[in-house]
Every structure is written in structure tokens, then in C-alpha cells.
Design a protein around this ligand. Structure first.
Ligand code: ADP
Ligand code: ZN
Ligand code: ZN
Length: 716
């Protein structure tokens, strides 16, 4: 048998697969097996991408692998990894890394536990006249009382001595490291589905019994989407099929995880970055072995080794964390659609604020009302232009509503777009402003720790006492981040507790879930933080939600700015007023903006219709594919030259209708000058092929020396 092996190396130039012959001792090797192979004078790790009877090379020139490092993968996963590499212009090796078991090559092995069983001699010894110390006797009695093997635990030393005398048998058993999960609001009941929920379930089971399919489940928070995912998962399991549930970030969605665990127990595996390396390896193996048939996790879980996949759920499908921001820059939503299609599985994307892409492409079921019948909260748009700025970051109506909370109790959520105390400082005398030395962005003042920080590269420096240009001590602090707003809110609502949830407050592992759990338990409290507060959790007794600066996301020069703003405001509103009256206050400088008006009217369909028309006119996704090629270098000239050459190579390869924009500068980041070339074209396949060819050609050329090049298909 011949194995076609793709070497795992970062060299773009080295392209497999290469043939190796498999002798007797490699009988278990299959597609997806990890091998150690000789390669010239090196040894490389490589993945078997195919098996063949014959090779184009003569038999005697073929080497044998040195060792097998891991077993085969479920069918389809190797192809999935290679598809990602192609689709996102990455290397085959990086694509394959996505589907391989975690912890490889980092010395993460199985955890074993010593187990003891009583031998017949041991049993006889207990009743007979053998000399036994008190500890040894105790250990034997414990074994005699048990049915089967017992974990050695603290008796380890005694048991070793007993083993030497033939009284017990010891064996090392592999055990799984199971992550501990914090249960947040997992309410165990199992309601009767409403007619629209049942319609969604019927559509999904039809897909499970047929060739799969795709469904968009559109409904506000609390409309019963998760209940549909749970019953659909049940339906898949009944048919012997496996399930993958994608969630934005586990730390932000502990409720969804808890509900799957509550309903499916040990059949659920959870994969995420908060796990230790050993836990991740063992969870992966539980899925690989079929012990767990449901895998819940963030974007990378789309590559979970689930065999016989029947259903992929993408919860909160609008969430931008599904896009990976490092090579390979894949979008887990598109990978999920591709995987579902090739395994004839059902794809279910759920959200209150669908992406225009999904709205346009997918069949849809609407869950128009909240499951508990409570009305959607009223949304008031507060115009911040009428103010003179001296009143601080909160509108009078907002302050009033918060003060009332202090008297009447209840919970509130306040969303502030930025972390820190103040996002921008300048000198009142000469106008000097404080910027990051490595990036073209302003430094953010953080009161905690008394530092100025760059949110892009992590640079920190002390808080200035005087201007370095003119020595003036009059330094103005502009704007308000979550730290400052939290302090203002705390004064307004005292003695009600204020909990802060942003990546500063929740940097510790598990801290997110702990903060959310505390908010869940509290009688009255305010949860305040960045976008995180609008994500994935659902508290029935929130009476007030506030968006402090709704248009901060609108000001981004990006065609997705409207979509993102609409989603943010709607998502936060959807988390308010469950089980009773709710009120939402949206502070904005752009009260007329379509995204804000439609969100205030709870009109997703209206917003999407307009947005899709706009995209069609401007030829933006879903009506075209965008590909960004970025060149980064220490020297601006090097980046510029590389960008010009890449654009020149690219132009003749592109389809006729394609537009090429640039080279254009992007802001300096991590001490790298950047240039980008943007391609917009209708045919995705042809465009990606053209970019790949141009990039592969460019990489070898001289102008690329010391230039980092990256390709982003569907940049966010
Ligand atoms: P979503 O995922 O859309 O936010 P959930 O599935 O979490 O909605 O449902 C919100 C709440 O309503 C949950 O407490 C859930 O148990 C309950 N629920 C869901 N479906 C029904 C139903 N058909 N009848 C009664 N309660 C339901
Ligand atoms: Zn100055
Ligand atoms: Zn920086």
C-alpha cells in the first residue's frame, strides 16, 4: 500500500503529497493518520491524505515511514482541512493542522490512573494468617468490598507492596480529564414546542432523514431557539447521528453549554480555549471514539472529529468571532455549510439579527414571539447632539432611569463600546496627543493600574503628568470607557452592586462565567461592559438596558458597519424585559441612521431588505466576494513596493468583472507599515484561484523579502 503524505511544514514552497510505502507494521494507517517520515536528511511529521495501490515512482525509490504518531481521522476531515486551505488561500499544512488532534507534539499524553484488583490469593489472605500491616489490611478490605478495579489513590504504596506478594493486581488505566463547567441558569424543564418551533424541528428531521439542508432560525432572544437546537439534537442522536453546536465564545455563552450538558450529560464534549491542553486532548478523544456524540464549542469545533454527522448548529450566527483572524482566516459559518453539505447533514443557523448573507440565501423559520409571551421592550432613542458635553457620558433620561433602579430594584445592563477610563488624551495648550509608538492609534487611559495602553499591541506606559512638547500640566481626557461609566453608574445606583464585564475585568480563566453567574443570582445589580454584555446570555429579570454610544460601530469605515450596529442594539434590547416590563435606552449622535431606527422598531426584516438592496447596488457580499491581500513591513517603501508588484501580478489573472482597489495604506500596527490590495468580484472560485496564483508567484520574488503577506477571503 502507498500512503500519500502531506508534510506539516510552514514552508509555502514545499508542496506534497509525497509517496511512502507502508509495510506490514503500518497496517492500521489510514487517511488522516499522522506519520513521522524521512524527508531528505530531515524527519518530518506528515498527514496521510490518500491511500493508493501504486505510485508513479519505482518501488525501490520509496521510503517507509519511521513511525505512526496517531490514528486515522473520520472520513471527510482531511478533505475539509484541504478545502479550507484552498478556499482561504492558506497552505495545505495549515489547513490540515485544523483537523488534527490538539496537543500533538507538545508532549501531551494520556493521563493514566493506577487501579487495583484483589487476586484469589489476596482474598484468601484476608481470612487467613498472612502477616498484614494495618494499612495493607485496610487496602485489601477496600478492594474486597468493591466489585471491580479500584483507583489506587492514597493506598498506592501499600498496594505496590501487596502486588509484589501476588495479593493484588495493578493496572494503569487511561482516564479522561473532564473540564468542570459552571452551571449558569440551566433550567431543566422540557416544554411542549410551539407551532413555529415544531415547524423548525420538522424541517430539520426531514433533512436528517433525507439529504440534509440548511435552515435559518430567526427569533429574538427568548423566542425558543435553543429549545429547537436541543430537540433537534435529540432527533439526530435517535437516528445514530452526531451533532456539532457552534457558539460564539464559551466564556460568553455558559448558559447554552449548561443546557446541553443538563439534557445530554456525558454525551456532550466541550471544546474551547479555556481548557488545559490535557483536557482539550481528552475531550477531543472522547469525540473521536464516539463516547461523546455532541460537541459544543467555538469556531474551531467545526473541525471536531464527529463521525456520522447529522446536524451542525451555529448559534448567534451573526457573531464576528466565527471568523478566524489569523491564517488560515476561515469563516466557521462557511466551513460549517461546506461540511454539512458534504456529509449530507443539516445546518441550522440561529439568531435574532441574521446576516444579509443568510437572509438572502437560506430557507427560514421565524419565531416571532418570546416563548414566555412577554412583549418586546420599548426602545427610546436619546439624541446626544442636543447636549453641551459637560454633563458627562450619560443622558439625563439615562441617569434618571438608573436612579430609579436604586429605589425600585431590578437588574440593568449597560453597554459601553470601549474599555478603560478615557480613550483619548490631549494637551489643552499645544494639542499634543498621546499615540502608541508601534501603532497609529491613540493610547487609552486605564485608571486601574494607572496606565496608558494600546488596545492593539498591548504597549503600556505611565499616565502623563505634563505635556512632553510644551510642559503644560493641563491635559484633557476625552470620552468615556467602561471603567469611567461604571464609576458614574455606581454612584447613581448605590447601594445596588455594579458588576463590570469586559476583557480587563474578566481576563482570568472562568471569570466571565463567574461574573455572569453572580449577576444571575443577584436580586438587583447592574452589569456594565463592552459588547460582551450583549452576547449569548439571557437573564429573565432585566428591566433596563442602556447603549451608551450606539454609533461608535457606525463610524467604522466598513460596509458591515450598519449590520453590526443594528445587531448590537437589537441584541442588547432582546435581553431586556423578559418576563415583564423592559425599557431600553439608546444614546446616539445619529438618531436618524437606518440601523438605529430599524433596531428601535424591532424591524429586522425592514432593515435587512434595505441593507440587501444597498449591497446589491454597491456589489458587496453576498453579491460579490471580497479578498484582501495585505503586505506588512518595517519600512513603508518595502510594503509599498510589494503591494504594487502583487497588484500588477494579480490584475491579468482576475476575472473580467473584477475590481481591484489599491494599493492603499492601512494604519500602522505592531510597528509594521501596511498596504492592502482589495479585490471585489462576482465569481468566488475564480477570484480565489487568481489570488492564490498571484500570491504563490509573488512569494518567491525579491521584493517580498522581509515583507509579510497575508490573504483574507471575506474580510470582516
Ligand atoms: P432563545 O434560544 O431563542 O433565546 P430559549 O430556547 O432559551 O430561547 O427559550 C427561552 C425560554 O423559554 C427558556 O427558559 C425556555 O426553556 C423557554 N421555552 C422555550 N420554548 C418553550 C415553549 N415551547 N414553551 C414554554 N417555554 C419555552
Ligand atoms: Zn502641550
Ligand atoms: Zn500599539
Amino acid at each position: 500500500m502507498i500512503a500519500k503524505v502531506e508534510p506539516l511544514t510552514t514552508a509555502r514552497a514545499l508542496r506534497g503529497p509525497f509517496d511512502y510505502k507502508l509495510g506490514e507494521r503500518f497496517a492500521d494507517v489510514g487517511v488522516g493518520s499522522l506519520l513521522l517520515v524521512p524527508f531528505g536528511r530531515q524527519r518530518l511529521r506528515g498527514v496521510v491524505v490518500a491511500l493508493a495501490e501504486t505510485s508513479d515512482l519505482p518501488e525501490e525509490r520509496l521510503a517507509e515511514p519511521i513511525a505512526a504518531l496517531g490514528g486515522p481521522l473520520p472520513p471527510g476531515l482531511v478533505d475539509l482541512g484541504l478545502w479550507v486551505a484552498r478556499e482561504y488561500c492558506s497552505t495545505r499544512s495549515r489547513g490540515l493542522e485544523l483537523v488534527l488532534p490538539p496537543g500533538r507534539g507538545k508532549g501531551i499524553g494520556a493521563r493514566t490512573e493506577l487501579r487495583a484488583t484483589l487476586t484469589p490469593e489476596g482474598r484468601a489472605a484476608l481470612g487467613g494468617s498472612e502477616r498484614l500491616g494495618p494499612k495493607q489490611r485496610g487496602a485489601l478490605e477496600r478492594l474486597a468490598a468493591a466489585d471491580g478495579p479500584v483507583a489506587a489513590g492514597a493506598d498506592r504504596d501499600s498496594l505496590k507492596r501487596l502486588e509484589a506478594r501476588g495479593l493484588v493486581e495493578l493496572s494503569a488505566e487511561e482516564v479522561s480529564r473532564r473540564p468542570v463547567s459552571i452551571s449558569v441558569g440551566a433550567r431543566g424543564e422540557r416544554p411542549v414546542l410551539t407551532p413555529p418551533q415544531q415547524a423548525a424541528l420538522d424541517r430539520i428531521t426531514a433533512g436528517l432523514d433525507g439529504p440534509g439542508g440548511e435552515l435559518l432560525l430567526h427569533g429574538v432572544t427568548g423566542s425558543g431557539k435553543t429549545e429547537v437546537y436541543l430537540t433537534a439534537t435529540e432527533a439526530a442522536l435517535e437516528r445514530g447521528r452526531g451533532v456539532i453546536v457552534l457558539v460564539p465564545e464559551i466564556g460568553l455563552t455558559p448558559q447554552t453549554v449548561s443546557r446541553f450538558e443538563a439534557r445530554f450529560g456525558d454525551r456532550v464534549a466541550v471544546l474551547h480555549s479555556g481548557l488545559s491542553a490535557g483536557e482539550r486532548r481528552d475531550e477531543w478523544l472522547r469525540v473521536r471514539r464516539g463516547e461523546a456524540r455532541v460537541c459544543v464549542g467555538p469556531r474551531s469545533a467545526v473541525f471536531a472529529p464527529v463521525e456520522g454527522l447529522g446536524l451542525i448548529v451555529v448559534d448567534e450566527e451573526h457573531d464576528s468571532s466565527y471568523k478566524q483572524e489569523s491564517d488560515p482566516r476561515y469563516d466557521a459559518r462557511d466551513v460549517a455549510a461546506h461540511r454539512a453539505h458534504s456529509e449530507q447533514a443539516m445546518l441550522v443557523a440561529g439568531t435574532a439579527t441574521p446576516r444579509p448573507e443568510s437572509w438572502e440565501r437560506l430557507e427560514r423559520v421565524e419565531l416571532a414571539e418570546r416563548a414566555d409571551g412577554s412583549p418586546m421592550p420599548g426602545i427610546e432613542v436619546l439624541d446626544m447632539r442636543e447636549r453641551d458635553g459637560r454633563e458627562g457620558p450619560l443622558h439625563a433620561r439615562t441617569r434618571e432611569a438608573l436612579s430609579r433602579l436604586a429605589q425600585e430594584g431590578g437588574k440593568a445592563i449597560v453597554m459601553v463600546p470601549r474599555r478603560g477610563w478615557s480613550p483619548f488624551l490631549d494637551c489643552r495648550v499645544c494639542g499634543h496627543a498621546w499615540y502608541c509608538p508601534n501603532c497609529d492609534v491613540s493610547l487609552v487611559l486605564h485608571r486601574a493600574g494607572d496606565t496608558m495602553r494600546c488596545h492593539h499591541c498591548g504597549h503600556t506606559e505611565g499616565v502623563p503628568e505634563a505635556c512632553p512638547e510644551c510642559a503644560s500640566v493641563s491635559i484633557a481626557r476625552h470620552g468615556a470607557g467602561s471603567e469611567r461609566v461604571a464609576e458614574i453608574v455606581a454612584e447613581l445606583v448605590a447601594p445596588v452592586r455594579v458588576l463590570r464585564l469586559d476583557s480587563d475585568a474578566a481576563s482570568r480563566r472562568g471569570a466571565h462565567a463567574a461574573i455572569l453567574a453572580e449577576f444571575d443570582r443577584a436580586e438587583a445589580a447592574v452589569l456594565i461592559g463592552t459588547q460582551m454584555v450583549a452576547k449569548g446570555h439571557d437573564f429573565p429579570d432585566v428591566v433596563l438596558s442602556v447603549v451608551v454610544d450606539a454609533d461608535s460601530s457606525l463610524r467604522f469605515p466598513d460596509f458591515r458597519a450598519e449590520e453590526r450596529t443594528f445587531a448590537l442594539v437589537s441584541q442588547l434590547a432582546g435581553r431586556s424585559g423578559r418576563g415583564g416590563a423592559g425599557r431600553v435606552l439608546v444614546q446616539t449622535l445619529a438618531p436618524e441612521a437606518e440601523a438605529i431606527r430599524r433596531a428601535a422598531d424591532h424591524d429586522a426584516a425592514g432593515f435587512l431588505a434595505g441593507e440587501i438592496e444597498r449591497r446589491r447596488e454597491l456589489s458587496y457580499p453576498p453579491f460579490a466576494t471580497l479578498v484582501r491581500v495585505e503586505m506588512a513591513a518595517k519600512e513603508a517603501q518595502a510594503a509599498e513596493n510589494a503591494a504594487r508588484q502583487t497588484a500588477a501580478r494579480l490584475r491579468p489573472l482576475l476575472p473580467r468583472d473584477a475590481t481591484l482597489l489599491g494599493p492603499a495604506p492601512r494604519f500602522r500596527l505592531r510597528d509594521r507599515e501596511r498596504r492592502q490590495v482589495l479585490v471585489k468580484a462576482a465569481d468566488r472560485g475564480e477570484t480565489v484561484d487568481a489570488v492564490r496564483e498571484a500570491v504563490d508567484g509573488a512569494i518567491a520574488s525579491k521584493v517580498m523579502r522581509n515583507v509579510q503577506l497575508s490573504v483574507d477571503v471575506d474580510p470582516q
